[in-house]
Design a protein around this ligand. Structure first.
Ligand SMILES: Cc1cc2nc3c(=O)[nH]c(=O)nc-3n(C[C@H](O)[C@H](O)[C@H](O)COP(=O)(O)OP(=O)(O)OC[C@H]3O[C@@H](n4cnc5c(N)ncnc54)[C@H](O)[C@@H]3O)c2cc1C
Length: 398
């Protein structure tokens, strides 16, 4: 197999590395330490990154984007995440939903939404599925019972739909300009047959943002409530068919039926960035900290721990790039989901080993070590959660 990168892939990787070193890393710990969730966000870093293409790199060239391939997207996410995982995610969240616009929207919707998205450095995207009483059961609803799952209701009145209900934990909600929203359009049938996806601009009448959630990890990344009180959405903003939302969960382009394939790649590539940071930091610490009159690294147990950190990180890198390479060839299998599950295990073990190597210093909340550990624990609750993600095993037997 040829593992080399093209010149274009390499130059995106270098651009991301420079931006991460010069712009992201210097603000990372300072933003993370801000106690009020709503205030950790700054547009300055988003605008700077947007001007380099990091907000729109998944948008087709036809609509003004960079149309990078999946290998490039994985490389860039990893580089940005090595400096700050939450800021990396704030950029790539836009790729995820611009992939969905490309995969699921009509040409008229693409013209209407992709062009303004590309033109405005402060235009970010989100998607609302989860609700206060409906999280995992949106991903694995029973096939014979209409009650479980999201309750946000949409009723048609002529050329408009009236939406009522609430969403919770929605990424980019407090600062986004456009959202995909899943709503019940037929509450009498099991969830998968009765939900419709809508495009909801932030200035939609009857729609507002509620509280911003205070998270232990990924503090820069904004998660908020979405509140719909007789919100009026034009029929022209229905994505795909009425009652057909689950068939539009894509993200990798092409036929994406049955899973958010880009989302899985995205999270595993981001986890890899944290692992790279933890490995470099552990090695640096092992060489400089002293114990028993010699460098900490001279202790065999410490070498074994650092060895395990590197070994797992490099295995994850191979898996991530293989999945990205497969997406570029439209080879869609259970691998993306498996890589996501593996990345959860790896990022949590690698950061824990790093904290362990720092010993009292790690336990006493050195801000950087503490941030890596807190960020890594977010993986337990992403892309569903660690239980619902095991659904990938169903794809192994198909
Ligand atoms: C950083 C972050 C960003 C997010 N961004 C978004 C977003 O942009 N849009 C969005 O819609 N949502 C988003 N979410 C929400 C996320 O998708 C949900 O948190 C997730 O689906 C789990 O739902 P829940 O929190 O309601 O937990 P619950 O579903 O209530 O689960 C609670 C616990 O019970 C377990 N459990 C649940 N059902 C079962 C079962 N059948 N069998 C065994 N165990 C079970 C779960 O594993 C979990 O441990 C985000 C969450 C986080 C943390």
């Amino acid at each position: 197999m040829d593992f080399s990168l093209s010149n274009e892939q390499r130059s995106w990787q270098m651009l991301a590395r420079k931006f991460a070193d010069e712009e992201i890393r210097p603000i990372s710990l300072e933003r993370d330490a801000i106690p009020t969730a709503r205030e950790t966000w700054t547009w300055d870093i988003i605008k700077k990154g947007s001007k380099l293409g990091f907000r729109t790199m998944a948008v087709p060239k036809k609509y003004g984007g960079q149309e990078t391939d999946f290998v490039t997207q994985a490389l860039v996410m990893t580089e940005l995440a090595k400096a700050d995982s939450a800021i990396s995610k704030a950029f790539s969240q836009n790729w995820k939903w611009s992939h969905l616009i490309s995969a699921a929207c009509t040409d008229e919707q693409k013209e209407r939404f992709l062009k303004p998205f590309v033109a405005d450095d402060t235009f970010v995207l989100g998607k609302g599925i989860t609700e206060p009483g409906a999280g995992s059961d949106n991903r694995m609803p029973p096939t014979d019972d209409p009650k479980p799952g999201l309750r946000l209701k949409a009723e048609r009145h002529g050329d408009e739909w009236i939406l009522n209900g609430e969403k919770a934990f929605i990424a980019n909600a407090p600062i986004g300009k456009l959202f995909f929203v899943d709503a019940r359009t037929d509450p009498t049938v099991p969830l998968k047959q009765g939900i419709t996806m809508f495009l909801v601009p932030s200035d939609t009448p009857g729609f507002r943002i509620g509280k911003v959630f205070n998270k232990s990890g990924w503090r820069f990344y904004q998660n908020g409530e979405m509140i719909f009180e007789n919100a009026r959405v034009p029929h022209a903003n229905v994505v795909g068919e009425v009652n057909g939302a689950v068939r539009k969960t894509g993200g990798a382009g092409g036929d994406t039926t049955g899973g958010d394939l880009f989302g899985d790649l995205e999270l595993s590539a981001n986890a890899l960035g944290i692992c790279d940071d933890a490995c470099d930091s552990a090695l640096r610490y092992g060489k400089t900290a002293r114990q028993g009159g010699q460098a900490l690294f001279a202790q065999q147990q410490v070498q074994l721990k650092i060895n395990r950190m590197y070994m797992m990180t490099e295995a994850l890198r191979s898996f991530v790039l293989r999945v990205a390479w497969e997406h570029d060839r439209k080879i869609h299998s259970c691998n993306a989901g498996l890589a996501m599950n593996y990345s959860c295990d790896v990022v949590q073990e690698v950061t824990e080993l790093y904290m362990d190597i720092r010993s009292a210093d790690g336990g006493h909340m050195d801000p950087h070590t503490d941030k890596l550990v807190r960020d890594s624990f977010i993986w337990s609750h992403l892309a569903g959660d660690s239980v619902s993600r095991m659904k990938v095993t169903r794809r192994i037997i198909n």
